[in-house]
Every structure is written in structure tokens, then in C-alpha cells.
Design a protein around this ligand. Structure first.
Ligand code: GTR
Length: 353
């Protein structure tokens, strides 16, 4: 009798759990074109009985909020995929790290638990060493130089190299230049000395910060605001849009524009999910990703301007670096130590100059 009661209890629990799981999926997805369809499953397994081909409903993990240029790029990508597949393939974009911070999102995409993500090359470099190259400081002159490399053969080959890490690279998005900020005054390279600086989770960043005389604290993006506020760290580094959208400028008002890194964003898919698609559907996904790049870059340009205006209006102290040579000299040992490992890519980057 007692055993029967236990069984009934277990059965009821399983039903409730199933109902909750079914209701939970997609609830927090950004309001984009790729809304959940009726027949696809959250895991992206083919649904039966579609006339022109299988239906899919996929998820995309994004760390930034809905109005950020990378998220807008993701949504454009989802919209294009839906359009090109006549509504058969839908992608729900989950902004604001709802599906986890970048490192965890990459792991989940590798496992196929999430089908897509957009992440920065810097944390990606811990999963695929080649991507570490973007964490080497001052290797690009400007945005034009970055894009000449990314859209050239070497950039595309690099994207393809993700397959060895169980990831399918689809395209790059832009992310401007990263610079340092702190609550303490930052007017010169000297001011960085001794500060505790948060960096993206990549070993090369630690070496870079050491070389600049500060000490590095790697941590996920979502934890930086409170770490700055509570004084766990003195500063961090990022581009204008992230400095603004994360509100870090409220708790670290001094921004020095040294532009040490230009770290491209990467849109990618789980290799497991990719391999299950027909060549036609793979072509749709790839094409949509490449087409969304132009849109993302336009959104970036607008948002970068607005971010600068907003942080200036909020009273941030912005210092331009007129001569970046001392900064470059300070970090040169890092480039020298890694030149051999990244020789082919660094040569291609130089050739794109
Ligand atoms: C931003 C980037 C994010 C995240 C963040 C960070 O520029 O777009 O994906 O990597 O930097 O500093 O963690």
C-alpha cells in the first residue's frame, strides 16, 4: 500500500516536471522573428510531417541585452533563417546571459544542449587555441584592418578551425576596440600600475595585464559591475558599447582610450546540431549568418556613437592616448613569446595591413 502511494506520488511528480519543462522553454527569449513553432522541439530535433523538409526550433545564447548590436545581429540572423527556410527553421534568441555566461554557453553548444551562441573570441580562445590570437595586444591598426583579415582567406579558415572543437563557426561580428577604465584616475600608463583589473577569461589577458604592471582578475562579464562597486577590483576594460550598456561607467568613471585589443565576436553553432542538417539547410544557416554581418556592423556604428555620447554626458572622464608606443613596448614580450605559436595567423594579419 505504502509502496503504491509512493509510486503514485512519483508519477504525479514526473507529470508536473514534464509540464513545467514544456512551459519553460522559450518564455524568456527575445521578441524576435524566430518564435517557437508548434511542431519543433526545444532541442532542435526534426519534427515530423513537414511538406518541404523538417522543422526545427533552435536556441541562441547571447550575453548582451536585447538592444545591444550583437543581439540585434543575432535577431537579424534568426529572421533571415526563418525567411529563407519558409518558416521551417526558427531560432529563439535568449539575451542577457539567460542561458549562462559565455564560458558555460560555449560548453553547452559543444555538447549540443544549446544549438547557437554568439561569444567573444577571447573566452573562445580557451576552447580553440587559434582564437587566442585576438587577445594579443595591438596587433590590429584599426577596424578596417580587422575586417580585411576576417573576411579574407585566413579569417575564414580560422572560423572553420572551430570544427576541431565541436563548433561550427558561422561568421564574425564587430566589437570595436577595448580600453581600460577604473574608478581611480587613469591619465597615463603609469596610473595602471598596481591596479586590480578584471579581464575576459583567457590566459593571454593575464600576461598582458602583468606586463602593464597591474594585476589581472579573470571573471565572467555579468559579475563585473558588482565587483567594481564593492571594490573587489579597481577596474576593467572594454569597448564603448559594453562600458555603456553594462553601466560600468557608473562605478568606474575614468576611461583611457588605449585600444589595446580588437576582439571579434563569433556567431557559431553546435557541430552536433550542424551535422544533423541537410546540405540545403546548412547553406541557409551559413548564408543568413554572413548576410547578418553587414546589419550588425551598421548597428554597431550607431550604438558606439550613442554610447560615447551617453557616458560623456554622464560625466565620465575620457582620456585619449596620443602616443600608444609606450603601451606597445610594455606588452611586446607577450607578442614575442607567442609569435612562434601564432606565426601563420600573425603573418596573415600583417599581410592584411
Ligand atoms: C564584450 C563582448 C562580450 C563579453 C564582454 C566581456 O565586449 O561583446 O561578449 O565577452 O566583452 O568583457 O566579457
Amino acid at each position: 500500500m505504502l509502496r503504491n502511494k509512493k509510486l503514485v506520488g512519483l508519477f504525479c511528480f514526473m507529470i508536473i516536471a514534464l509540464v513545467l519543462t514544456a512551459c519553460g522553454g522559450g518564455n524568456n527569449a527575445a521578441n524576435n522573428e524566430g518564435n517557437k513553432n508548434d511542431t519543433g522541439t526545444a532541442e532542435g530535433t526534426p519534427a515530423p510531417a513537414a511538406t518541404e523538409g523538417p522543422k526545427y526550433n533552435f536556441r541562441l545564447a547571447e550575453t548582451h541585452p536585447a538592444d545591444y548590436p550583437t543581439t540585434k545581429g543575432d535577431m537579424k540572423f534568426a529572421e533571415l533563417v526563418k525567411e529563407k527556410s519558409d518558416g521551417r527553421i526558427t531560432i529563439d534568441v535568449f539575451p542577457s546571459a539567460q542561458l549562462g555566461e559565455e564560458k558555460s554557453a560555449i560548453e553547452q553548444v559543444q555538447l549540443g544542449a544549446i544549438e547557437f551562441t554568439r561569444v567573444s573570441s577571447s573566452p573562445l580562445g580557451e576552447f580553440n587555441k587559434e582564437f587566442g590570437v585576438f587577445s594579443l595586444p595591438y596587433i590590429f591598426d584599426n577596424d578596417e584592418h580587422v575586417w580585411k583579415f576576417l573576411l579574407g582567406d585566413a579569417g575564414m579558415k580560422l572560423l572553420d578551425s572551430l570544427e576541431s572543437s565541436r563548433l561550427k563557426g558561422l561568421g564574425y561580428y564587430t566589437s570595436g576596440a577595448r580600453s581600460f577604465y577604473s574608478e581611480k584616475p587613469l591619465k597615463t600608463l603609469e596610473d595602471l600600475k598596481g591596479l586590480k583589473i578584471r579581464v575576459q577569461e583567457n590566459q593571454l589577458n593575464i600576461a598582458m595585464i602583468d606586463a602593464l604592471g597591474a594585476s589581472a582578475t579573470p571573471m565572467p562579464y555579468g559579475e563585473v559591475y558588482s565587483a567594481l562597486q564593492t571594490g573587489v577590483i579597481d577596474g576593467a576594460e572594454n569597448n564603448y558599447p559594453s562600458y555603456f550598456s553594462s553601466k560600468h561607467y557608473e562605478v568606474a568613471k575614468n576611461y583611457i582610450l588605449d585600444g589595446h585589443q580588437r576582439v571579434p565576436e563569433v556567431l557559431m553553432m553546435s557541430k552536433t546540431a550542424w551535422d544533423k542538417l541537410s546540405p540545403e539547410d546548412q547553406a541557409i544557416i551559413k548564408e543568413a549568418a554572413l548576410e547578418s554581418i553587414t546589419f550588425q556592423r551598421e548597428e554597431w556604428a550607431k550604438y558606439e556613437k550613442v554610447s560615447e555620447e551617453q557616458v560623456r554626458a554622464a560625466g565620465a572622464t575620457i582620456t585619449e592616448v596620443t602616443d600608444v608606443t609606450p603601451w606597445q613596448e610594455a606588452v611586446k614580450p607577450i607578442i614575442d613569446a607567442n609569435r612562434e605559436q601564432y606565426k601563420t595567423i600573425l603573418d596573415a594579419i600583417d599581410a592584411a595591413r
